[in-house]
Design a protein around this ligand. Structure first.
Ligand code: MN
Length: 263
């Protein structure tokens, strides 16, 4: 039987993961391994400095005191090692994961990890808006996964799905949009007179054709194929003056110790 590993970054008690699991369990055996509390914006963090605990919450539901990436590792390499999942799904996240923000996203990073482990992976996020509900995203997830499971899946399949609030106008294959950096850091004083900082601000997006942001703003489900190769290929050419300079460097057998500039 087809097996799907589900995780998220909102925590195992979030509504979004319950509905995703319920929706996909009509198609496959679903096993949930998810953080025991919210881990949003933890990115692709992996816990190496302490042991991790996995607690059975109910049949096929396990809570981990770690990140979404930890959960995928424990799920694939420990809990399900005898029969690894055919698909890793993450979400449904409370809020969109668009454009440049995918690198902050624990939801999307869980699917990076799934793909690194050789398992096709899909992330689902739902826009928060008027009349909010996870139902449209859960229904779309079931229909997308049904199509995926009906085909030979490429091992490097990595999809980032964002579902708009309100009535869905269709589905678009998209590229990642670019954020306009309007983020701000607020500086205040705590009750003891010490400074503290809070990262704040509402993300703004460049209006560009074919992006995930554009699709969602038009009421369309955005499906973005991703890959993990962060190489900037044009740079291999455009940075050739730098490459030339570096390639003319010579390297002494005993490099000099760094010296501080005179005071
Ligand atoms: Mn989240």
């Amino acid at each position: 039987m087809t097996r799907i590993l589900i995780t998220n970054d909102d925590g195992i008690f979030s509504e979004g993961i319950k509905l995703l699991a319920a929706s996909l369990s009509t198609l496959a055996e679903v096993v949930v391994v998810a953080p025991d509390r919210e881990q949003s914006a933890t990115g692709h963090a992996l816990t190496l400095s302490r042991p991790l605990r996995m607690q059975k919450v109910e049949e096929r539901w396990y809570a981990v005191d770690g990140t979404p990436t930890d959960c995928v590792n424990l799920g694939v390499l420990a809990l399900l090692k005898d029969k690894p999942p055919d698909l890793v799904c993450s979400g449904i996240n409370f809020g969109l994961n668009l454009g440049d923000d995918v690198t902050y996203s624990g939801t999307v990073s869980a699917t990076f990890e799934g793909t690194l482990l050789g398992i096709p992976s899909v992330a689902f996020s739902q826009e928060v808006g008027e009349g909010f509900s996870f139902h449209a995203a859960a229904d779309f997830a079931r229909r997308l996964v049904e199509v995926l499971l009906g085909e030979e899946l490429p091992r490097d399949l990595l999809l980032n799905v964002n579902v708009p609030a309100g009535p869905i106008q269709g589905v678009s294959f998209t590229k990642l949009g670019r954020r306009v950096y309007k983020q701000s850091v607020i500086e205040k004083l705590d009750p003891r007179g010490r400074k503290y900082y809070w990262i704040a601000g509402t993300p703004q997006w460049q209006r560009a054709a074919g992006t995930d942001f554009e699709a969602v703003s038009q009421g369309r489900v955005s499906v973005t194929p991703l890959h993990l190769d962060l190489t900037y290929y044009p740079g291999l050419e455009s940075l050739s003056p730098l490459r030339e300079k570096l390639s003319s460097l010579t390297f002494p057998a005993s490099p000099p110790a760094p010296t501080s500039p005179p005071a």
